[in-house]
Design a protein around this ligand. Structure first.
Ligand code: HEC
Ligand code: HEC
Length: 357
């Protein structure tokens, strides 16, 4: 049992696991957090260029799971963004175009140089506390923000030899090849026509729009965090309030703020790891997306928090006594209501999801 280093109402210390006393002390008082955090919107945000459309979302789901979109017809988006692994893959680095199996059990030679992020809540990437206007456009995407929209992002993995392209088709030919393959499947011809209300709708732009529409479906609002930030003070217990205050006082919210707990910014001069420049990731539904960091170097959430004590590139003020309180707070962002759908069949007739069994 650890001795108290900081003064704290004794009644609190009896009822919680850790009494704090770290870099920033343990404050169990509820504050006004509205300048730092707000609840996640409960419906997705759609750009004017690709408004919500149910047929498009459903088509996008089938495309997401259809290995027809990969050069060798063996890999799908779901190979690395799978609902069983928080819409990521549970691996430090992903295995792509020659991979077999799913999650940590997947094996193969084609390994991505960076960790697969989840696609949960990508509809809200970049949203701030006051950004919720009609002209909000989510993004940017990838760890280095090189894609500005979800639509632009979606063709990236299809053209990448390590991820979905493989080595039997050239990058400049793959989109035409996929369009031809889709045109040869009558069900896809019909679904594209319904989704885009025009015949001859199968082209790379519409493939990207459908994929992005499906991704915007997967959001995790209404967590206890959202409830608390909406004003329900009873949503958090004492330790969660202490963890929240430590998260702020320790400097974490400098970057992990807003409804996504991310400013989605690259902090120049900070967070430059082995010359890899990475943006602040979201911390929503964080328990579902281990391992953590751009290189998967933190196996568990507590490791990701503890890593801050020793990393020279990001300055924070926390120590051992704070890790668990912060972890307990971050788990209030977990959602038990995440979309878990898996199509039983895809229109190409190929194996759903690719070689993931
Ligand atoms: C081989 C595994 C793999 C496959 C297959 C794959 N991805 Fe990814 N995905 C990744 C990795 C790795 C990254 C991070 C790459 C980077 O940042 O440079 C990523 C990043 C993303 C992002 C950016 C998320 C963010 O927060 O910035 C989205 C969205 C995404 N993928 C969607 C898709 C879609 C849609 C497909 C199918 C067309 C797909 N992925 C196929 C591994 C994969
Ligand atoms: C200067 C901005 C900044 C500050 C301050 C900061 N972070 Fe981060 N955080 C990042 C970046 C950038 C990454 C990705 C780093 C990487 O991939 O190596 C990250 C990653 C994480 C992750 C892993 C998320 C995932 O899905 O992989 C967690 C958890 C986390 N931070 C928690 C915290 C906590 C707790 C604090 C305070 C002690 C904190 N961060 C302070 C920018 C920041």
């Amino acid at each position: 049992m650890k001795l108290l280093k900081f003064s704290l109402a004794p009644i609190v210390c009896i009822s919680i696991v850790s009494c704090g006393g770290g870099g920033v002390g343990a404050d169990n008082q509820i504050r006004d957090y509205s300048a730092i955090f707000t609840p996640l919107p409960t419906v997705s945000i759609y750009p004017n260029s690709n408004p919500y459309n149910k047929a498009r979302e459903q088509l996008g789901e089938l495309l997401f799971w259809d290995p027809l979109l990969s050069g060798d017809k063996n890999t799908s988006c779901a190979s690395c963004h799978h609902p069983d692994f928080g819409w990521a893959d549970g691996r430090a680095f992903s295995i792509g175009s020659d991979g077999i199996g799913l999650g940590p059990a997947r094996y193969g030679q084609e390994v991505t140089p960076i960790h697969s992020p989840t696609i949960m809540n990508v509809a809200f990437t970049g949203v701030g506390n006051t950004d919720l206007t009609d002209d909000f456009i989510s993004g940017g995407y990838f760890w280095d923000l090189r894609a500005s929209t979800l639509e632009e992002q979606a063709v990236g993995p299809i053209k990448n030899p390590v991820e979905m392209l493989g080595y039997n088709i050239d990058e400049q030919d793959i989109m035409a090849e996929i369009v031809a393959r889709l045109q040869a499947v009558p069900e896809y011809v019909e679904l594209f026509e319904q989704a885009f209300t025009t015949s001859d709708a199968i082209n790379s732009q519409n493939i990207a729009k459908a994929l992005a529409s499906f991704e915007r479906k997967i959001i995790t609002p209404n967590t206890r965090f959202d409830d608390f930030m909406a004003g329900n003070q009873a949503a958090f217990n004492q330790q969660e309030i202490i963890g929240l205050n430590k998260f702020i006082d320790g400097g974490c919210a400098r970057c992990h703020s807003g409804p996504m707990l991310s400013d989605n910014e690259i902090h120049l001069g900070e967070a430059i790891i082995d010359d890899v420049v990475v943006r602040t990731p979201s911390l929503r539904n964080i328990s579902a997306t281990a391992p953590y960091m751009h290189d998967g170097s933190s196996a568990r959430l507590i490791d990701a928090i503890a890593a801050y004590e020793n990393r020279g590139d990001i300055e924070v003020d926390i120590d051992d006594d704070d890790f668990n309180d912060i972890q307990v707070f971050l788990r209030t962002l977990d959602s038990n209501n995440v979309y878990q759908g898996k199509p039983g069949i895809v229109p190409s007739g190929l194996t759903v999801g690719g070689d993931i069994d």
